[in-house]
Design a binder for this molecule. Structure first.
Ligand code: GRF
Length: 220
């Protein structure tokens, strides 16, 4: 079978990227990571990727006069690798609808909340402040509306009275590291379809999408 090529876009630490690399190395994820691309030259994740012999590239947004020219350079860089899937893993630039449209239904993102709750930044603190009893992470297809595309998988955890934004962030991150490789595996195995703004896994609508009282049934 032809290799299933992906590229990963990062801006920082790269722990989700590392989780994907680990799963690929252990043979659980049938993919080839063709390149890791960062918009920040100092992203610590670049060194992690290099250590595994993965191509690393920097397309620094500060080198371009405007968003359009940055995105033109970024998509030229992505397209060199002809990826079937583009994986945003802590990539901290808002992408234009033109850019997103080029990779419709083949660009995914991970977000540290139970979307549609808490789009944007500081999700852990906002969940605590809002008195939420549950929190979690979501993997979704990227659309022009930020953090709002069709949801592939969510993982929920309880918020304890003693939780701080920091403790919650580490608990959610553990879940992120499990669900992101899983979502990529489903995609690579052609098990996902997007229909009318919802994701189907093996033809079944995902239970989390109306997530109130939802039960997480996705384990494999
Ligand atoms: C993660 O919390 C992810 O959900 C969010 O940005 C963070 C990236 O962390 N989009 P890392 O770079 O993968 O460690």
């Amino acid at each position: 079978m032809a290799a299933f090529n992906i590229v990963i876009l990062i801006s920082g630490r790269g722990s989700n990227m590392q989780a994907i690399i680990d799963q690929a190395l252990s043979g659980n994820l049938p993919i080839t990571i063709k390149a890791v691309i960062s918009n920040r030259p100092d992203a610590p994740g670049l060194a992690l990727a290099s250590k595994h012999g993965i191509n690393t590239r920097v397309v620094d947004h500060e080198d371009y006069p405007d968003k359009q020219s940055f995105e033109t350079a970024l998509s030229a860089c992505i397209n060199e690798y002809q990826p079937r899937l583009i994986v945003l893993a802590g990539f901290m630039r808002v992408l234009s609808s033109d850019f997103v449209g080029k990779y419709k239904n083949r660009m995914i993102n991970i977000h540290p909340s139970l979307l549609p709750q808490f789009t944007g930044l500081n999700t852990h603190q906002r969940a605590i402040m809002a008195g939420a009893r549950e929190h979690g992470a979501s993997v979704h297809f990227v659309t022009a509306d930020i953090d709002s595309g069709p949801i592939i998988i969510q993982r929920r955890i309880p918020i304890e009275a003693t939780d701080t934004p920091e403790t919650l962030a580490s608990k959610v991150l553990i879940q992120e590291h499990q669900i992101y490789p899983l979502a990529i595996k489903w995609f690579a195995e052609s098990r996902l379809k997007v229909r009318a703004g919802s994701v189907l896994l093996d033809g079944e609508i995902q239970p989390q999408q109306g997530f109130k009282n939802g039960v997480n049934k996705q384990n494999n």
